[in-house]
Design a protein around this ligand. Structure first.
Ligand code: SF4
Length: 436
């Protein structure tokens, strides 16, 4: 609660007593629940996981939606459910299949935990998703938010949810100025989320007037109030109470919203100072021979474990010679930028770190030429992947699985690559194979 609201509440409590203050809060919660449920009935999006009450399908959607947008998730969710229609199918799938179905969604630990949890459900619950909140929370990869979402959406239990969307909605409606990451404020937000869903549970009316009267909404019409209330909070945060340019004019709870009334919408939530992004620079080498490429699988226990990539190493991102400068001043033997070949000696002369990287990976003795530079951001990292094409002799890199294995493009399509290396593979196919 903002210091302003806290003052108002304490002044009210001082002059009227705690019971009326509680009644005031209860009346606001009841109005909020009604407004949110009415709005959701008319504005709920037709999302594929809303066409089912199957806890397995809802669980998969909740895990995929962590850190990922709805429109990105839809085709992944549909393909996953098609390929792995049951929890037992997930438990039995090969890790390669799990990674391939997740390829491009990022944060692969989510997929590995899904499989670990599926195995536990098969072993301990006979393949039936547990309905007990503590049992759900005990599964790998399921935290308080996800357990609350599954238990409320699938089983209509009054379990609260609090993610980024709900934090934004609640801090604005209740005018909470403190940082939601602070322990006390976070606990206050969980309490509000719990009070809201508990109010929904006590709602007597059974009337639900979904405006879009099509078959897809049958599961929603049959859903209970706790399920609908939590989904309405998520939906309001996604469609109306957005981080930038919230649509307060059409918001169903604007009359109850402290931030709107006090013109503080853009100040909330107070997330404190953003951590500065960290630059990271990787150098990768694309070796091709007879239409096959040298690729390797990342080991277990590291970031992006078990995914595939081109041989690469991380180098210091702050160097005297940036890729652009290096490109201009390099001693190339070719005529145009596509075909310029930079000898290993030239690379060494220009940038010892690139030469050292080539040496470390066993490419030091071969000619290399710039292929492409791929940039992407993940969490707080700004990543540059600078790729070079190289050639290898007949006997090199053939017997060491640590160095990599030779794969055709068709074989590579069956493997799960990290996002940056998937882009690099496309660039390699275009620049090296298509150019022939
Ligand atoms: Fe969010 Fe504006 Fe609605 Fe308040 S009135 S909940 S700030 S969209």
């Amino acid at each position: 609660m903002s210091s302003n609201s806290k003052l108002k509440t304490s002044a009210f409590v001082a002059s009227h007593g705690a019971a009326p203050a509680r009644r005031l809060q209860n009346s606001k919660l009841a109005k909020l629940v009604t407004a949110l449920l009415d709005w959701f009935a008319k504005n709920a999006r037709d999302l594929p996981w809303r066409r089912t009450r199957d806890p397995y399908a809802i669980w998969v959607s909740e895990i995929m939606l962590q850190q990922t947008q709805v429109k990105t998730v839809i085709p992944y969710w549909e393909r996953w459910l098609r390929e792995l229609p049951t929890i037992t199918a997930v438990a039995k799938a090969s890790p390669d299949k799990i990674h391939k179905l997740w390829e491009g969604l990022g944060y692969y630990t989510r997929a590995r935990n899904l499989q670990k949890a599926a195995k536990q459900i098969v072993e301990k619950h006979g393949g039936i998703f547990p309905q007990n909140y503590d049992g759900v929370l005990a599964l790998p990869g399921i935290g308080r938010y996800t357990a609350g979402a599954i238990c409320s959406i699938a089983f209509n239990q009054p379990t609260p949810i609090l993610d980024g969307n709900v934090i934004r909605v609640l801090t604005r409606i209740f005018g909470i100025a403190e940082n939601p990451k602070e322990k006390e404020t976070n606990a206050q937000l969980w309490k509000l989320a719990e009070q809201l869903v508990s109010h929904a549970k006590t709602r007597r009316s059974q009337r639900k007037t979904f405006s879009k009267n099509f078959a897809a909404f049958a599961p929603l019409r049959e859903a209970g109030w706790c399920s609908l209330l939590n989904q309405s909070l998520m939906e309001l945060g996604a469609l109306v109470c957005t981080p930038r340019n919230p649509q307060c004019g059409v918001c169903p709870v604007k009359k109850l919203c402290v931030a709107f009334r006090e013109n503080r919408v853009n100040e909330l939530p107070n997330l404190g100072k953003r951590e500065a992004a960290t630059a990271r620079h990787f150098v990768a080498f694309v070796a091709e021979r007879n239409g096959r490429f040298l690729v390797r699988q990342r080991p277990a226990g590291v970031v992006n474990a078990d995914l595939w990539e081109f041989p690469n190493v991380e180098i210091d991102p702050v160097r005297s010679s940036s890729p652009a400068k290096r490109d201009k001043s390099a001693h190339y033997s070719g005529k145009n930028s596509q075909s310029r070949v930079m000898s290993a000696a030239a690379v060494q002369k220009l940038d010892p770190e690139i030469a050292l990287a080539a040496e470390q990976l066993g490419f030091g003795a071969y000619e290399v030429k710039p292929l492409c530079t791929i940039k992407h951001s993940i969490t707080r990292y700004r990543i540059t992947l600078e790729a070079f094409q190289t050639q290898l002799g007949r006997t090199s890199h053939t017997n060491s699985s640590k160095a990599g294995v030779w794969k055709t493009p068709a074989q590579m399509q069956q493997l799960a690559f990290t996002a940056a290396h998937k882009k690099l593979a496309s660039a390699a196919f275009d620049c090296i194979l298509s150019a022939r």
